[in-house]
Design a protein around this ligand. Structure first.
Ligand code: NDP
Length: 278
């Protein structure tokens, strides 16, 4: 298989590693379709795949990467530790399981999927993550769905700052407070459900801005994320959208357009509340 090269910008992480700013998410891609869908994303130029044990499709991601005409270091792979695998020993076993399914010796980024505060195991899990990085099984370690109090606790207890926090973020949930907190601590913001699973795409402001640039609403929203500095990985199983979502480097939103999208914030989640989900 021949794969096109990619000109996606890289963002520096505080541990010295770099992450491609635009990637491809595979949440809700059925396991039996994942190798094919991921192959199509790699062919379109994506070099960053976001998966998780809980998506039940790590094996398909690994198959696509190994079948591609690429070196392992050319593709950035993120996976996540699921809530039922939290705790020191469990988390260490969980990454080894993910690596077996991916058929890889390491991932680039390993995330605690949710803080699950009712279990109160995320601090022990974070301590295990620090060891997993030292053992070379993951290049970088980060978290997902952490609120300020969870970040504060793991940093205060270990002195190790996660390189990213992957949070729900889109025009209807802009997370200004957490983004400010991340910036102060040198944490990169990753935006999950960047299109709010499609819910923002018929918003009249988004449609208007997209029309002004001759692009689709999806492209306008992905461009907004990139200009905010977010790492973003839209999911699509549709060939035309896989390509369209990657074609976002030929136009720039104006300050006025960025401000109009900022005005759409309404604190509306599509997913669970991280303080309650376990
Ligand atoms: P997205 O916001 O990426 O939206 C995906 C949906 O939008 C799909 O239904 C897709 O349809 C559709 N779509 C994609 N592109 C377009 C387009 N250009 N125009 C119109 N519709 C479009 O949602 P996700 O929830 O999948 O989030 C992206 C990734 O974020 C996930 O895949 C996962 O990697 C990560 N994530 C992480 C979470 C966490 O807790 N850490 C939670 C949720 C997601 P179709 O496929 O039919 O084309």
């Amino acid at each position: 298989m021949t794969v096109t090269s990619s000109n996606v910008p890289s963002i520096a992480l505080h541990d010295g590693e770099h992450i491609p700013q635009l990637g491809f998410g595979v949440f809700q891609v059925p396991p039996q379709d994942t190798a094919d869908v991921t192959t199509r994303a790699l062919l379109a130029g994506y070099r960053h795949i976001d998966t998780a044990k809980a998506y039940n499709n790590e094996a398909g991601v690994g198959q696509a990467v190994h079948a591609a005409d690429l070196q392992r270091e050319d593709v950035y792979i993120t996976t996540k530790c699921w809530n039922s695998d939290q705790g020191h020993d469990q988390a260490k076993r969980a990454l080894r399981g993910s690596l077996e399914r991916l058929e890889m010796r390491h991932v680039d980024l390993y995330l605690i999927h949710w803080p699950a505060p009712a279990q109160d195991r995320y601090l022990d899990t974070w301590k295990a993550f620090i060891e997993l990085q030292q053992e070379g099984l993951t290049r970088s370690i980060g978290v997902s769905n952490f609120q300020e109090s969870h970040l504060e606790r793991i940093i205060a207890e270990t002195g190790v700052v996660p390189v990213v926090n992957q949070i729900e973020l889109h025009p209807y949930l802009q997370q200004a407070g957490l983004r400010r907190e991340h910036a102060e601590r040198g944490i990169v913001t990753e935006a999950w459900s960047p299109l709010a699973q499609g819910a923002v795409l018929d918003d009249p402001v988004i449609v208007d801005i997209a029309q002004a640039h001759g692009v689709t609403p999806g492209q306008a929203v992905i461009r907004w994320h990139l200009q905010l500095g977010n790492v973003v990985f839209p999911k699509s199983a549709t060939q035309s959208r896989i390509e369209e979502n990657f074609d976002v480097f030929g136009f720039t939103l104006t300050d006025d357009e960025m401000a109009r999208i900022e005005g759409l914030d309404r604190g509306r989640r599509t997913g669970p509340d991280p303080d309650r989900f376990s």
